[in-house]
Ligand binder design. Sequence first.
Ligand SMILES: Cc1cc2nc3c(=O)[nH]c(=O)nc-3n(C[C@H](O)[C@H](O)[C@H](O)COP(=O)(O)O)c2cc1C
Length: 142
Amino acid sequence: MKKLSIIYWSGTGNTEEMANIIYESAKEQGAEVILKFVNEAALEDISESDVTALGCPAMGDEVLEESEMEPFIESIEDKISGKKLALFGSYGWGDGKWMIDWEERMSSKGANIIHDALIINGKPESDEDTNLCREFGKSLVK
Ligand SMILES: Cc1cc2nc3c(=O)[nH]c(=O)nc-3n(C[C@H](O)[C@H](O)[C@H](O)COP(=O)(O)O)c2cc1C
């Protein structure tokens, strides 16, 4: 049985909704899944899982949220070499640059990115967006 940790930050609930769908989908596959807001998470949630999904919306000017998510990423980024990761998050008006930068950053630290980053505009409401989140969760625990 695969163990997946989902660690996210969300301000208005959109990335949280993505996280919830990913959680449900992975659970349906029979995986053991941990779902934590970033302020509850620790390095062990990553080191003791087979796969970790990290979620954060585009904030600031195409950056991670700066008071909780960015410090967490700083605290783990030198300890994730070889770990299987996938990134997700919601955005508003931008072009997704925050996610490209984030993925490059994690790759440069030696993380094994096992799924293309999933970005959703606003809240995942359409069938298409919901299915993308479901597929993401399913494929992470395959
Ligand atoms: C302070 C702030 C900064 C933001 N900066 C960006 C940005 O640079 N690019 C972008 O596409 N969206 C930006 N957004 C929009 C959010 O990414 C978008 O509303 C997202 O759905 C929020 O996700 P959440 O509900 O998980 O917090 C920003 C929103 C806020 C509140």
